[in-house]
Structure formats: structure tokens, C-alpha cells
Ligand binder design. Sequence first.
Ligand SMILES: [Fe+2]
Length: 387
Amino acid sequence: MLNSYGFHLPTRIKIGTGILKEAGKLAAEITTGRRAFIVTDPGVKAAGIAGRVKSSLTDAGFDCYLYEEVKPNPKDKDCERGGKEARNFEADLIVAVGGGSVIDSAKAIALLQTFGGSLAAYEGRGTVPGALTPVIAIPTTAGTGSEVTRSAVINDTKRSIKISVKDIKLTPKLAVVDPETTYTLPVGLTASTGMDALIHAIEAYTCRKANPFSDAMALAAMEKLYPALPVVVDNGSNKAARTDMMIGSVMAGIAFSHADVGAVHCLAEAVGGLYDTAHGIANSIFLPSVTAFNAEAAPVRHARAASACGLDITNLRPEEASRRLAQELAHISSEIGIPKFSELEKINPQDFEYLAEISEQNGSSESNCRSIRKNDYLKILQDCYNN
Ligand SMILES: [Fe+2]
């Protein structure tokens, strides 16, 4: 029997080296309005990328407003403030220029500009009441995939947890993907965001909601990302590898938005919500242990993922190939400088019970390929901390 699934990608994707300068022309094709609210963060602004987008929009006849208040692990209050400023500006278009925090914030700002209220009121799936101010996403990291996804993950500052709003109406109308925007990305961010992209592909491929369409994107993403990641960490000016990372990241985003993520993201979001740990770093820390835990439940899928990553699994049984994948993920993570769990600031083992509980409550926990409960999360947290 065939379970139902679908493929719906409302995002027009334009990808190319140097395509950033066409952002204004492309924006003019998706709206007749000419008031663009640009969402970014201080780092992207300092790198000059937000300014280049603004120039392109201005040349195309847009009046622009720059909102640069986005922080890592984006905060609900900054989105709510942005929503009010976008409303006062009477924005016709929200333009996100940045990484996942910026793009997720832009989606939340579009939602709050259009419908008002507090972000927490929209937590969950299918909660967006109607069409939103259109969003254009211009990613400046090869990691998030948010430029093609329907979700925004934002920190609820009152509860110190991350909340997700998932709705097809949040999906950007246009993604302008220019590998050049990543050429000057610092090495630490290159590593952590790149691992995030790889994890999107692995979790999309191995989770319970995987389907043949998401599989195709996830496998192709792994083929691009796994070999390119150590190269861009070693040499950020390798343009071919930067391009592979950008393409792989978009593919991984399409994959997980049509399947789901799994336990790695559940743990990372719990830890990020409590400690403000960077998303890609938290993800990377838990990936090897979760992969080892999951491989028992889906060895053939994990073996196929190992193969897509380019690992030599000749003559290995699926169980052995899965273990090899978990080992190699731990190896690549340490090679590219991801810190250990115990080295992170503020980590307190007394919080682990709470973190395990929050992880279990995450909506994506049920998508994990192996049934995972609070005690399993607790054991993974403890193992990662002690090793
Ligand atoms: Fe992620």
C-alpha cells in the first residue's frame, strides 16, 4: 500500500555566481509593490552583502528599510519588533539577507506584520491564517536550507525554548542563491553551518517521513556536501567547493522540508533554547551518537547514506557500514573543529533531565527512524558529555 505524500515547493530558486546583483530585478518580478523591508544581522551588514542587496533593490525602484536586529538563535521579541516596524513601513516585501537565523526571522516578521500578535500564538503546524507579505531569501551561509522551507524556528524568550511555526505559507517566494556570499564566511561558521546542511540531508533520508522525492534530494545533497565540507573549512576561497556546499544546502533544505528532521535536531533545539548554543554546533555534537543509536533501526538506509557520502563500504554488511558512517561523522566533526559538548559554555549536567524532556516533546521526535524516548535522549546527552 502506498502512503500519501506530496511535493510542493512554492519557492522559485535562482542560483548562480554573482547573481546577487540581480536581486532587485528578480524582486520586481514577484511583487508590484516597491517597499522592501530588508532583514539582516550586523555581521552580514559589516560584510557588505546587505548593502549590495539594498543597492540592487534601489536600482530596481524599491524604497528600502534595513532591520539588522537579528541575533543568533533568533528571539521572538526581535521578530515582534520587526513585525511592528515592517507594518509601520507598510512593507510590500520582506527580504532576508543572512543565515538561518535571519531567514527564519524574516518569515516570522512577515507573519507578524500581516497578522500581528505574539509569535507564540502561531506555534505549531498550519497555524498561519492566510497569505503573507512575500518573503525573498538570500542565504549567506551554506547550511540552513531555510530559503526553501516552510518553517521558522525562534527562541521563546519567556520559556527559554525554541518554538517552531510550520506552514507552507511561510515558504519564501524566491530564493536568490549566490555562492559568492559565502566566500568570506569565517571558518567556524563555515564548519558549523555546513554540518547543519549535512545533517538535514542525513535526517531527511533516514527519518520516518522520507519519501522518494525527498530521498532524491537528500542523497544528491550528501554527494555534494560530504566531500566539499572539509575542503571549504581548509580553504574558504575554493570556489568550486563553496558552490557545491551552496547547492547541497538548498537540496538538503528541500529534502527535510518534504520529509522531516529527527532526534539530532530535537536535541540541538533543546540545547540551543536553553544555552543559546549555535545551531550547527549543537547539531554536530549529537550527530554521531544519534546516528549510532538510529543505525540499528535502519541499517540499510544508513548504509546508503554512507555510500552517498562517498565512504568505501565495499564488503561491509549494512550494520557495519552504518557504524562506519557514525565513526566518520564523529571524525569529520572533530577534524573541522567542532567543540566537544563538555567544552561548551554554561552546560550543566543537572539540566539533562529537562533537556531530554524538551527533546522528546519536539514535534520532529516522532519522525526519528528509531523510536526515541526521554531516557534515550538522556543517555545520549550523558554519553556526549562524558566522551
Ligand atoms: Fe538545522
